[in-house]
Design a protein around this ligand. Structure first.
Ligand code: BEZ
Length: 398
């Protein structure tokens, strides 16, 4: 049979039309799937190194909240993608891009280390990926680097440091030495302490540092012993905090010069620190015996699921999931509708085990700072050092 040019054109047109319809149908199906398939959650946390345990507690807390919601947030299943960031800032950009570019996650949850989180925040800002930080306190992230799509469920480094500065001055201490790792968390925490302490009449006479994650404290402890301050304020966490608190006591310093700090110094570490931590005072947005119905229920559920006690890191992971849930609910489960997700998180009051909180304009929790004292294996609450403390968020413009 001979085909005329006109018949051929008509057939080609029909094929083109069918192709267009098919492509449109596929796109619609894809969009529908994007709104009904699983939400891709990228967990970037340390699984190795001095902060490994903190990463595990955050992940467990996050997953506990998801499990309590029947495995779904905002009506959507959750699919996890994981990267071990090793608390290594030099690898942070490559690591976060594995989640953003390779796995194409919808939301990033991470991390513990401030230096790594700063790189994550930059990548999240550039790619417009939603980021919820479940620990790292780098002040700049909710300050000059703040962004609509970046939230924190934890604290700014300034918050517990400032609160402890006020407490130390109220206790009558006049002369302090600070000692910490030389990176954002340490230097910002000790600056917060200095601000609180000096605004109430104290003086920080020396600021000692060592590189992260170094734990050779001996020479620095010798310096403290010879200078005899009234009090020492230190930021360390995880394995480094265990070693530091033990070394401080082994040097006999805890008998004459009280060691204080942000609660990270004794949170999740007490079994390993044993007698060396007894009686230590710290400030933090969580304590082990708040004894509220909300916290008791959370601690029971956590202990049942993971056969260990919850700590501040578990709470921050749990609340990161609550924040994501609030955003997804506001957007009817459509994570691609970022304006609605963001507005939902901004408006939410998070029913945290630590106590209810809302977010500041820079997206950092406004929260009570508890004064805690170590008794046995617990950080027992002794009162509220500062109520509803908001990070100043200096330089944040959205
Ligand atoms: C930080 O790097 O921001 C950090 C790490 C551990 C505990 C608290 C803060």
């Amino acid at each position: 049979m001979k085909t005329s040019k006109k018949t051929l054109r008509t057939s080609m047109g029909m094929i083109g039309a069918i192709g267009t319809v098919t492509t449109a149908a596929m796109l619609l199906a894809g969009a529908a799937h994007a709104q009904s398939g699983p939400i891709k959650v990228g967990l970037m946390l340390p699984a190795t190194g001095t902060y490994a345990n903190l990463g595990t507690m955050i992940e467990n807390g996050f997953k506990l909240y998801v499990a309590e919601q029947g495995g779904k947030l905002g009506g959507r299943e959750i699919q996890y993608f994981k990267v071990d960031d090793e608390s290594e800032p030099a690898k942070a950009t490559d690591n976060v891009n594995k989640l953003i570019k390779r796995d194409q996650v919808d939301v990033l949850i991470g991390t513990v280390h401030s230096g790594v989180a700063l790189a994550m925040a930059k990548a999240a800002k550039e790619s417009h990926t939603l980021l919820i930080i479940p620990n790292a306190g780098a002040d700049a992230i909710t300050g000059p680097l703040c962004a609509k799509n970046i939230f924190r469920s934890s604290f700014s480094n300034w918050q517990p440091g400032y609160a402890m500065g006020k407490v130390a001055a109220q206790k009558g201490h006049k002369k302090a030495i600070t000692l910490t790792w030389n990176y954002a968390a340490g230097t910002e925490s000790t600056k917060g302490f200095q601000e609180g302490f000096e605004s109430s009449g104290g003086k920080v006479v020396q600021a000692l540092t060592l590189p992260f994650p170094n734990v050779e404290f001996q020479a620095l402890l010798t310096q403290i012993a010879s200078q005899k301050p009234d009090v020492v304020y230190s930021f360390f966490a995880g394995g480094g905090a265990v070693k530091f608190v033990k070394d401080y006591a082994a040097a006999g310093l805890n008998k004459t010069i009280p060691l204080v700090g942000p609660g990270f110094l004794t949170d999740g570490t007490l079994e390993a620190q044993g007698a060396s931590a007894q009686g230590m005072l710290t400030t933090l947005h969580y304590a082990d015996n708040l004894n509220t119905p909300r916290d008791n229920a959370f601690r029971l559920a956590f202990a049942k699921s993971y056969k260990q006690n919850a700590d501040v890191y578990a709470v921050q992971g749990y609340d990161a999931a609550q924040m994501l849930s609030a955003g997804l609910k506001a957007a009817g489960g459509d994570i691609k509708n970022q304006d609605k997700v963001v507005a939902g998180i901004e408006a939410a009051q998070i029913d945290s085990p630590r106590g209810k909180f809302k977010l500041s304009a820079g997206h950092n929790p406004i929260q009570d700072q508890y004064l805690r004292e170590v008794k046995g294996n617990l950080n027992e609450v002794r009162g509220v050092a500062i109520k509803t403390l908001a990070d100043p968020g200096k330089g944040c413009k959205m």
